[in-house]
Design a protein around this ligand. Structure first.
Ligand code: KIV
Length: 286
C-alpha cells in the first residue's frame, strides 16, 4: 500500500492486471506488474458465466488462493463478489477476511461513498480496501448496461463524490472504470490515494486491464481494452498441429516415450501374458 502511495507521489504509473490462476500470476509477476487483481471478471473470462453476478465467494476464495500460491512480489487484490458485502457490515468484514486468509493482500469492493461503513469496518479489522467507482459492473442492471459514466456534469459530480467518500472512509486506492476522462482526471487531482483506471483515460495514477483482453483470449472485449497479442490464434494453431501429429503418428516421437528396463523383462512379460486368458472378443458370427 505504501509503495503504491509513493508511486503516486513520485508520479510513477501503477500497473495492475488481472490473473485468476497460479501460472498466470507467476507470469504477470515476472513481467513486473505492481498489483494483481483477482477480479470477479473471472466469471466471464474463465468460468463462461453471462456476467459477474453469478460469481460466488467460494469462486473468489479458490482463485485468490491459486494466485497467492504463485507468491508474487506484486500486491494481490481479491475482488468481493456480488452480494458478499451488501447485506450487512459484519458479513462483509467476515467475507473480506476469507479473501485475506486465502492469500489476498487487500480486497476490492464495487462502490465508494455509499459503502463508507463497510470500508471503515474492514479497515478497522486490518483489511486494506480498494474502492471502485464509475461503471460498477455488479450494478449493470441498475445502470442500464455497461455504459460510459460521467458524461454530464451532474453524473460526473456524483462519481467524484463517490471516490472522495471512499478515501475519507479509509480506502487505500480507487479503481475508476469507464468514466469520461475528465472525471478520472479530477478525481486523481483531488485524492491523496492512488487512482487506477480502466477505460477512463490517461490522467490516472495507474491502469488496469483484464489479462484475457491483453492476450487476445476474450471473444468480445470491451471497447477500451487493448490486445497486445493474438494468443487465441497461437493456441488454436498449436493444438491443430498437435492433433495433426497425433493423427499422422508423428507424435509421440522416440524422445516422448520410454521402454521397459531390459529385453529379459520384456520376455518375462510375454510369458506372464501367455498364462492369461485373451481379452480379445470372439469374432461375431453374423
Ligand atoms: O473484475 C475485474 O476484473 C475488475 C476490473 C475490470 C477492474 O473489476
Amino acid at each position: 500500500m505504501r509503495t503504491l502511495l509513493k508511486m503516486k507521489q513520485r508520479g510513477e504509473k501503477i500497473v495492475m492486471v488481472t490473473a485468476y490462476d497460479t501460472p498466470t500470476a507467476r507470469l504477470v509477476d515476472e513481467a513486473g506488474v505492481d498489483a494483481i487483481l483477482v477480479g470477479d471478471s473471472l466469471g466471464m473470462v474463465v468460468l463462461g458465466l453471462p456476467s459477474t453476478l453469478q460469481v460466488t465467494l467460494e469462486d473468489m476464495v479458490r482463485h485468490t488462493a491459486a494466485v497467492a500460491r504463485a507468491q508474487p512480489r506484486a500486491m494481490v487484490v481479491g475482488d468481493m463478489p456480488f452480494m458478499s458485502y451488501e447485506a450487512s457490515v459484519s458479513e462483509a468484514v467476515r467475507n473480506a477476511g476469507r479473501l485475506l486468509a486465502a492469500g489476498a493482500d487487500a480486497v476490492k469492493i464495487e462502490g465508494g461513498a455509499a459503502y463508507s461503513d463497510v470500508i471503515k469496518a474492514m479497515t478497522r479489522a486490518g483489511i486494506p480496501v480498494m474502492a471502485h467507482v464509475g461503471l460498477t459492473p455488479q450494478r449493470h442492471k441498475l445502470l442500464g448496461g455497461y455504459r460510459l459514466v460521467g458524461k454530464t456534469a451532474q453524473e460526473a459530480l456524483e462519481v467524484i463524490r463517490d471516490a472522495e467518500g471512499a478515501e475519507d472512509a479509509g480506502a487505500f486506492a480507487v479503481v475508476i472504470e469507464y468514466t469520461a476522462a475528465e472525471v478520472a482526471k479530477k478525481i486523481t487531482e483531488r485524492l491523496t490515494i492512488p487512482t487506477i483506471c480502466i477505460g477512463s483515460g490517461p490522467h490516472c495514477d495507474g491502469q488496469v486491464l483484464v489479462i484475457h483482453d491483453i492476450l487476445g483470449l476474450a471473444p468480445s472485449p470491451p471497447p477500451f481494452a487493448k490486445k497486445y497479442v493474438d494468443l487465441a490464434s497461437i493456441i488454436r494453431d498449436a493444438v491443430k498441429q498437435y492433433a495433426q501429429e497425433v493423427r499422422s503418428g508423428e507424435f509421440p516421437a522416440p524422445q516422448h516415450y520410454w521402454s521397459m528396463k531390459t529385453n529379459e523383462e520384456k520376455e518375462r512379460l510375454h510369458k506372464l501374458l501367455e498364462g492369461l486368458k485373451s481379452r480379445k472378443m470372439a469374432p461375431s458370427r453374423d
